[in-house]
Design a protein around this ligand. Structure first.
Ligand code: IPM
Ligand code: MG
Length: 374
């Protein structure tokens, strides 16, 4: 390092736990890591990368999808970069050994990552890739789904099969505290955008939703500058395809957020473009931001794994979110986002976002192109 290092670089020494996982996970994570390392050099901060096993590859290697060393590596890090977990090979294992239920959900729970931010942004260059007509997406689409991630029906008990095997149960439970903290994340996010928040529930049927809505109305008094609306989840699913531009920030519980975020992703053209951040409570003790885990919304895509075809952009944009939310490295984050927009403007497309008949590039070439524009 040169003796020109600016004084503010002192203490900008970060550890990232790198969990490639299954399928295309390692390929897209490798691409994102190359972008991250390039940014660290350019913006004069230092990164320690701590690789760890998760998902099916961990099960194959050590017999569990979430080894305790992996969890420890995550606890010690400033942030976690995750590829994807799961694959057909592991689908018939008992739940606790399956990558999704045995690794991803406990990772979220153990690390306290209750706030999942899933921005769905349509890059202008990809407008024609949207599943919606040009007059519906208009000159762009930019919405944020704030999904509660560690409560609700994913985690409530009782859960399981009855002794006679004739019924099964899952339970949707939310405490006041769980609802309050995610709603605050939603309101604060809306404040940083266009100050519109839509809280999505099923208050015409579910008791947990009625509780949610009641608390939301209460909390809204603290955010008089944010315009709050409530929408039933079935209506929201419909409105997202009818008129997606009416939304800015959507805040909702775990399972509704899972479903609506997949729907929102298609508005942007490809699941291969969507990043996500899963954040815990803000903590100043750790790095300069909030501890979080960052992953693309797409899954492990076993059908194209190992072929060098995967779109790395969602993971690269997730890395920008990591820099912004967990490291406080806003300049590097913005640089990555503009580089991604620039490669798309230049016409580069991986197969998932290439119009029919247009040549596409692979993971490697897309990564190189982003780095060249940083
Ligand atoms: C997601 C995924 C996961 C979820 C699965 C893989 C457990 O669909 O992150 O959206 O349901 O949360
Ligand atoms: Mg999902």
């Amino acid at each position: 390092m040169s003796d020109q290092t600016p004084p503010e670089s002192v203490g900008r020494d970060y550890t990232i736990a790198v969990l490639g996982g299954d399928g295309i996970g390692p390929e897209v994570v490798n691409a994102a890591v190359r972008v991250a390392v390039h940014c660290a050099a350019k913006y004069a901060f230092s990164l320690t990368l701590q690789p760890a096993l998760v998902g099916g590859v961990a099960y194959d290697a050590v017999g569990t999808p979430l080894p305790s060393e992996t969890l420890q590596a995550c606890h010690r890090a400033d942030a976690v970069l995750l590829g994807a977990v799961g694959g057909p090979k592991y689908d018939s294992l008992p739940p606790a050994l399956r990558p999704e239920v045995g690794a991803l959900l406990p990772l979220r729970k153990e690390l306290g990552l209750f706030a999942n931010l899933r921005p769905a942004r349509l890059f202008p260059a990809l407008a024609s890739a949207s599943a919606l007509r040009a007059d519906i997406v208009g000159d762009g689409l930019d919405l944020l789904v704030v999904r509660e991630l560690t409560g609700g029906i994913y985690f409530g008990s009782p859960k399981g099969r009855s002794a006679d095997g004739l019924s099964a149960v899952d339970t949707c439970t939310y405490s006041r505290g769980e609802i309050e903290r995610i709603l605050h994340v939603g309101f604060r996010a809306a404040r940083q955008r266009s100050r519109r928040l839509c809280s999505v529930d099923k208050a015409n049927v579910l008791e947990s939703s009625r509780f949610w809505r009641e608390i939301c109305v209460e909390i809204s008094a603290q955010y008089p500058d944010v315009a709050l609306t409530h929408m039933l989840v079935d209506n929201c699913a419909m409105q997202l395809v009818r008129d997606p531009r009416q939304f800015d920030v959507i805040v909702t519980e775990n399972m509704f957020g899972d479903i609506l975020s997949d729907e929102a992703s298609m508005l942007t053209g490809s699941l291969g473009m969507l990043p996500s951040a899963s954040l815990g409570e803000a903590s100043s003790a750790r790095g300069r931001g909030t501890f979080g885990m960052y992953e693309p919304v797409h899954g492990s895509a076993p059908d194209i794994a190992g072929k060098g075809l995967a779109n790395p952009l969602a993971t690269i944009i997730s890395t920008a979110m990591l820099f912004r939310h967990s490291l406080g490295e806003e300049d590097a984050a913005a640089d990555i986002e503009q580089a991604v927009a620039a490669v798309l403007e230049a016409g580069l497309r991986t197969a998932d976002i290439a119009p029919a008949g247009i040549a596409s590039v692979g993971t490697e070439a897309m990564c190189e192109a982003v780095i060249a524009r940083l």
